[in-house]
Write a protein that binds this ligand. Structure first.
Ligand code: WTA
Length: 654
């Protein structure tokens, strides 16, 4: 882990204090933070109990705080009873029935405002519709939808009746959808005819039909939203149009009151093996941190319009679009389409038109839009924006500075939020009214989050800027509870070291002389493409599933927009393709991976050789492959290789 590269040393000198006018109105000020940190240190459980009482509306209060009897299967607020949808909607109705809960904008420009009362009514109608199909508490419902208000309504309706939803990103292929349906043994699928993205129709229903051809016998019902209106297949007895299902349903639906630990949702994410993991989140603990971080980190107030650009297919879209902003009674913006339709000014136009006050996006989007220059953002009125955020990968200082200067007009704090699907909510992040920021650092852990950087022996690294494992030393309410159906994999993946006491994030990090965290990268075979996690093994499995491929190894190399790009080294069954044959094969394999996983997993670069470089014990030399992928000079000893020619082939030199 090389932590002391020149650029990171240089950037450490730049510090940005929170602007005075932001500080004066911030929810969390320096003194508040100090008190919270102190309480969390002195009375960890008492701190969380206070938070849970303050922020969550309980049907029945809890009397126990943390149950660690079966660690690392922790349980929080166990005997409390609540409903997450009630917390997101009903509790605001007395005061905010007419307030806009959701502003939706379609890619083609259609705009809908949904008030809290309307949201309540829509969620209840769908919840009643789902109940009429026999769906209830504990049933798994897959949501495979375009980024629309109805995606959030579907999630909320599931939460209302205690069904466990699992949103599958609309960009995933039929194969990926099928794997997730099968793993979750879902009984229902909520989808749409299609969605609009990149000025094209995304064929969701036809992908769903394909997924359901095999291994999906558990699915009894498919609910189909009419979004694009193009022709699709409707299978009688199985498929029902959303509008038919909700027609005539009551706009009241008594929430299903569930225990605190009742699973709210599963969300599949990549790990270091080929099989995605169904990350299982709880109801109360997850909700608590969603609320707390929307208040603390995004400083949401009654008049805020929060636009988090993430799709609900990712955790960010769960916590900062579908649940958190609603639970705190804010207005959440949803945009269906691509950032460059009709041009690279779309995001900034949306910010202007809807008077967005808090804007949260990924470094990859910032870098992509930065490439179009300052003219697009400069031609829109961005004066409503008061706070900016980033998530998903380390932000390079250049992109941070552009975001600060051109979007924030040098007056908005930037919160660089580190967290994961597994953590449920922001963990290491500036508090915008307190923390001085440094471009590229996610700064400090939130109160109640026991983060640290430790060495192989599990000891805290006290030396500044020395890299190690990023760990969380105490359980926290919004942590994942398990991997769906695989408790052992949960333990093996997240608690494999340090006597199972610390949660291992899978990232390496260092702390600088101010104790600020700098994320250095993954320690496992997970790559981060445009802020989306992909296991290299997933891409390898998909490549070797192709009938012309015998072996494949996948690594990443840096990419200036996507963060990382995938490079695949492939051995074919027949002769190694060269020239035009190689080009055809590259196309074939890229399309294949797109079909097997989704477009985000298509390798940028595919190279063919007669073999892969392996150690004597037969292990693929991944470090060497990374060097080759990056076009760097090979300094390691390759003399032990069985066939040195393959290195030249992989380098494109033979
Ligand atoms: C990376 C996304 C640096 C990290 C919420 C983590 C980050 C993985 C940051 C989780 C950040 C996320 N700075 N790296 N601010 N935020 N990451 O599960 O490697 O899609 O482990 O959750 O993204 O990705 P996931």
């Amino acid at each position: 882990m090389s932590s002391n590269d020149i650029s990171s040393v240089l950037t450490e000198n730049r510090r940005f204090d929170p602007p005075a006018d932001f500080v004066s109105q911030a929810r969390i000020k320096a003194a508040d933070l100090e008190a919270l940190v102190k309480q969390a240190e002195q009375d960890y459980e008492g701190f969380w109990a206070d938070q849970a009482k303050q922020h969550v509306n309980w049907k029945q209060p809890f009397s126990t705080i943390l149950n660690a009897d079966n660690a690392p299967h922790y349980r929080w607020f166990e005997d409390g009873v609540l409903n997450v949808s009630y917390n997101c909607i009903d509790r605001h109705l007395a005061e905010k029935a007419d307030k806009t809960a959701i502003i939706f904008e379609g890619e083609q420009g259609d705009v809908t405002h949904i008030s809290y009362q309307q949201l309540h009514d829509e969620v209840c109608r769908l919840a009643n519709g789902l109940k009429s199909l026999g769906i209830g508490k504990g049933d798994r419902v897959i949501i495979y939808m375009p980024m629309t208000a109805q995606a959030v309504i579907a999630m909320q309706a599931c939460a209302r009746i205690g069904a466990i939803h699992s949103v599958v990103f609309g960009g995933f292929s039929a194969e990926s959808l099928r794997d997730r349906i099968a793993d979750a043994s879902a009984t229902a699928l909520i989808t749409a005819d299609g969605g609009n993205r990149g000025a094209k129709v995304v064929e969701l229903k036809s992908a769903a039909d394909k997924a359901l051809e095999e291994r999906c016998d558990s699915i009894e019902h498919v609910v189909v939203l009419k979004r694009t209106g193009h022709d699709i297949n409707i299978q009688a007895g199985r498929d029902v149009w959303w509008h038919d299902l909700v027609a005539g349903q009551a706009s009241e639906c008594e929430p299903e009151w569930v225990e605190a630990e009742h699973p709210l949702f599963l969300l599949y994410t990549s790990g270091s093996t080929g099989k995605p993991k169904g990350i299982q989140h709880s109801s109360a603990g997850y909700l608590l941190s969603a609320i707390q971080t929307n208040l603390w980190v995004f400083d949401l107030k009654d008049d805020d319009i929060f636009w988090c650009t993430a799709d609900v297919g990712w955790i960010t879209g769960h916590t900062y679009v579908a649940y958190g902003p609603l639970a705190v009674g804010a207005t959440t913006v949803i945009y269906e389409g691509a950032p460059v339709v009709p041009d690279a000014g779309r995001f900034w136009k949306i910010c202007q038109d809807h008077k967005v006050t808090v804007f949260y996006t990924a470094p990859t989007a910032i870098r992509a839009l930065m490439k179009f220059g300052d003219d697009y953002p400069s031609s829109y009125d961005l004066s409503s924006i008061r706070l900016l955020g980033t998530v998903g990968e380390p932000i390079n200082p250049e992109a941070w500075m552009w975001y600060h200067r051109v979007i924030g007009r040098e007056r908005c704090p930037i919160v660089d939020t580190w967290w994961q699907t597994e953590t449920g909510a922001n963990m290491i992040t500036p508090l915008p009214g307190v923390t001085s920021t440094k471009p590229g650092s996610c700064t400090l852990a939130l109160p109640g989050i026991a983060a640290d950087v430790v060495n192989e022996a599990g000891e805290s690294i006290t030396e500044a800027n020395k890299g190690g494992y990023l760990v969380i030393k105490k359980p926290w309410p919004s942590m994942l509870r398990t991997i769906w159906g695989d408790d052992q994999r949960y333990v093996d993946t997240y608690f494999p070291k340090f006597d199972g006491k610390y949660y291992l994030c899978g990232d390496s990090a260092r702390k600088d002389e101010d104790g600020y965290y700098w994320i250095m990268g993954r320690i496992d075979d997970v790559v981060n493409i445009s802020g989306h996690r992909l296991g290299t093994m997933e891409v390898e499995s998909s490549l070797v599933a192709h009938d012309k491929v015998v072996e494949a190894a996948v690594v990443s190399r840096p990419h200036d927009v996507k963060g990382e790009a995938i490079v695949a080294f492939v051995i074919c069954k027949d002769e190694r393709p060269v020239g035009a044959d190689a080009e055809t094969m590259v196309q074939e394999l890229r399309n294949w991976v797109g079909e097997q996983i989704g477009a985000i997993a298509k390798p940028d670069d595919i190279r063919f050789a007669e073999g892969l470089p392996k150690t004597r014990s037969g292990k693929i030399m991944r470090r060497l492959l990374r060097t080759i992928a990056r076009g760097e000079e090979i300094t390691s000893d390759t003399s032990t290789l069985e066939n040195e020619q393959v290195v030249l082939q992989l380098q494109g030199k033979a």
